[in-house]
Design a protein. Sequence first.
Length: 394
Amino acid sequence: MIDAASWAARLGGETFLAQTLFRSHTIIKGNADAFAGLLSWDDLNALIASRRLEPPRLRLSRDGVEVPLHRYTLPVTTRRAVSWRRLEPAAFHECLADGSSLVVDSVDDMHDPLRQAAEGLERFTGTTVQVNVYASWTAQEGFGIHWDDHDVVVLQLYGAKRWRLYGPTRQAPAWRDTEVSPEPEGDPLADEVLTAGDMLYLPRGWWHSVSADQGTSSLHLTFGLGTQTGADFLNWAVDQLRSDLALRLDVPRFAPAEEQAAYVATLRTELAGLLNEPRIIERWATSIDTTHPGRLRPSLPYVSDLPPNPAICVRLTCPRAHLGRNGDVVTLSAAGTAWDFAAPAHPILSALLPGRPVTLAELAERASLPLTDVATLVSTLVQGQAATVVEVAL
């Protein structure tokens, strides 16, 4: 399992966060079995065979152009008139052998080892994470030279892939932007071959081209990090001011110029007051952490109270939950909800916070509480006020 501590150790811990993240690429060489257990070729085959992975979630690309669906899928309509496109294996294989690259988006939603790895990276970097699979069989580039609007961490699982990195041609380009980033000119800044066990971090906006030109099939994972720009921060700031009358009033577009100027001055004062708070970024970070829904899962068959069964295993599903304490009150904040508990609950919540599975018996031992009390506490998180943030299993 690659948890937050493992990611920190692999990427460089606080040094990576302070000096590399958002700034420059880095390549970390590893052993061939460094990512064993995350995703095998058999796992990928099983996912494709057992899921209706319709485009664009599953797609083929060649030379930067998506391969038409009719080349490798067949239309299917069920007796309930539900239509979808099913892979036609022979045509699918033919496209891949002919130079197309395979992409499967959001595999962390479908495969537990990748879900756990994504949660670990989310805990380390403090942002949302999505995992995509990329597979190639030839030297033909699937996507051509391009840049991504989010930072990525690449794990090479099998085979080898060549990465030509050109750097950015526009600082911090965004998905919603005012200018187009011009293509780079000249030779790449780096020309590297990643082999099994290697890792690459690449900031958003860095142009790159990728090919499996080493004579072997290639399978790699891309962990995409959600962007958190100044525009996102200001959107959050405005939301914090919605209780103020100035932001609720209609914009006086038909009023005299003096009244319009006074209105704008009031808005400026309100926003400046908020932004002048000494720890405003810390407040913002706490807010986005504790309101993000995480990777919620139902707790079936337990829809209300948990039985005091010592073997029941529970796990917190919000990687960026916060635990606070004020006197005798302990507060768990996650998924937009805050739960207040008495001080004896602190050992239980502390054990849940890292997101590792733990049994009710272990929680009872940690807190020196009866099993029935522990089951009641966890039941509160299962039932929730606005969210269910605990996964339950036997």
